[in-house]
Ligand binder design. Sequence first.
Ligand SMILES: *Cc1c(COP(=O)(O)O)cnc(C)c1O
Length: 389
Amino acid sequence: MKNKKFNTKAIREGYQTTNEQEHSEAIFMTSSFKFDSAEQAAARFSKEAPGNIYARFTNPTVDAFEKKLAALEGAESCVATASGMAAIFAVIMALVKSGDHIVASRNMFGTSIVLLNTVVSKFNVGITYVDLGDLSQWENAIESDTKLFLLETPSNPLGEVVNIKALSKISKANNILLAVDNAILSPALQTPIKLGADIIIHSATKYIDGQGRCLAGAVLGNEEIIEQITTFTRATGPSLSAFNAWIVLKGLDTLSLRMKAHSENAMKIATWLEGQTKINKVHYLGLESHAHHQLAKTQQSGFGGIVSFEVNGGQAAAFKLINATKIFSITANLGDTKSTITHPATTTHGRLSDEDKISANITDGLIRLSIGLEDADDLINDINKGLSV
Ligand SMILES: *Cc1c(COP(=O)(O)O)cnc(C)c1O
């Protein structure tokens, strides 16, 4: 499938049909694998012969997911994990040691910040936060022991973007690994390795599953990096289950169709929101009014499903609008076929101090939508109900 296009790879890459000739990929629900002989067991354990041993190491359904995702991201290698957080933790623990330093974007998924501040910081690892899009802040934050740049682009919920190519020049010049969490766009809309990133992190829980059914994650990069991460995951056990691997494997089949539909729906809704007088500001990368629209166009092939906007009247007005919607689910998940609605200031970003909220533009009137695949007109009517109360 090497020279094939995205959709062909998304459907055909990765899986080796067994002797049963099943047409759909099988789920290998087994914790271990048998050997033909004691000699074969010895050869596999000593890595002289390839093959399955135990599901914490490899499993055919998990392998199929890893191969397919690697093909879609343009990465040499991939290791799947039980969740997105397990993927981020594995990257840090495998590649960073005591005494090292990480530069991270301030605008990351809340739990990623909690992981750095409460777990990673216990191991004598220094952490400096910078504003995602400001290249000079990244450069100025570099110390002699800096090993890792860690970020998400675009950020959630405001859709800030960093120029990945330009940042990778800075990281390469300083022998720093650049890790990009690509959960918000997925490889259907952005492939950071092709722009110079060294590592891609995924929460496959989001758009790769795309239907809100399970947790899953992955790390991608060159063989040497993934080997180091695999050494960590095999020894510590955040393996992806075969069943969940099958769900996200089948999710990849329809990923680009879904991402296109999410983006189209989000664009319609963002455009409508921008015309409403009760709304102060709409943040959607697809809108020309977004400060990072032009940059996003140079490195993304679409703008994704996250739209946020600010209502007049602060928290009370935001709560009123959220409670008045009937189709949107009030839940923090994103990347589902079902549209979701949240109030970042009191949920995902609730732990930030008032000062940090102001500097991150998480205002009291801000509402985040993850636009699903329902009809856009119905979603617009649903929001409109909330605006008129
Ligand atoms: C959800 C999310 C994570 C965490 O993934 P889990 O699968 O929930 O552990 C990490 N990064 C981003 C950008 C996310 O949206």
